[in-house]
Design a protein around this ligand. Structure first.
Ligand code: GH3
Ligand code: MG
Ligand code: MG
Length: 193
């Protein structure tokens, strides 16, 4: 009975197509990862990856080929990440990678490596010629002002959207902070003086 219970928990938190975590798993674990990072005074980074023109890929090669691309893409993600990084499929062709103990520059390099690993080698799908695939990636690192894990995901998503707008197949780092927030952050020091 215990095994069945654990199996059903695992199923409820796993994406059936790719075998990585699903959005529900991410939602229930990300806050904890952020709190732990904070308690240990370590940076937590998030990469939001979205496959470029995936609808067109489906239209051109068929939905089954699209599924194969999703599976192979997940393999490449996992192969190029550490075992304690968290990978979740949160939408059709949208994946979130959570990287504990990862400062901004390393997060950028990892995002760039993932982008290259997708672009460099075309994807195989049954009955299709090799398929060229690219991804757009948004990257961010935890800040003192982040209260919830979703704050990081939202910022990484916005950076990913910038990557789409600036031509796709690229990695964009979320800007340091908004101008208004920057102004506010100097106010207490001015008051101190
Ligand atoms: P962009 O470059 O702006 O990201 O464009 P896009 O076409 O990748 O994005 P859009 O959101 O327009 O399309 C996503 C497509 O993903 C549409 C949907 O049919 C497809 N999709 C969603 N889930 C699955 C799935 O499980 N399998 C397959 N094969 N396709 C899926
Ligand atoms: Mg897409
Ligand atoms: Mg998308």
């Amino acid at each position: 009975m215990r095994v069945n219970y654990e199996q059903s928990i695992a199923l409820a938190s796993t994406d059936p197509l790719t075998g990585v975590h699903n959005r529900r798993y991410l939602d229930t674990h990300l806050d904890q990862l952020l709190q732990r990072a904070r308690a240990n005074n370590k940076p937590l980074s998030v990469a939001f990856c979205d496959i470029d023109h995936f609808k067109r890929l489906n239209d051109t090669h068929g939905h089954a080929a699209g599924d194969e691309v999703l599976i192979e893409f997940t393999r490449r993600l996992i192969r190029n990440l550490r075992s304690h990084d968290l990978v979740a499929r949160i939408g059709g062709e949208e994946f979130v990678v959570v990287m504990p103990d990862t400062p901004p520059e390393r997060a950028r390099r990892i995002g760039e490596r993932l982008r290259q690993k997708v672009e460099q080698e075309p994807f195989a799908a049954a009955g299709c010629a090799p398929i060229a695939v690219t991804i757009s990636v948004g990257v961010t690192t935890s800040r003192a002002s982040d209260n919830f894990g979703v704050d990081l995901v939202k910022r990484a998503d916005e950076a990913m959207y910038q990557a789409k707008n600036s031509g796709r197949n690229r990695v964009i780092i979320a800007p340091a902070r908004r101008a208004v927030a920057a102004e506010r952050s100097v106010t207490p020091q001015e008051n101190d003086g």
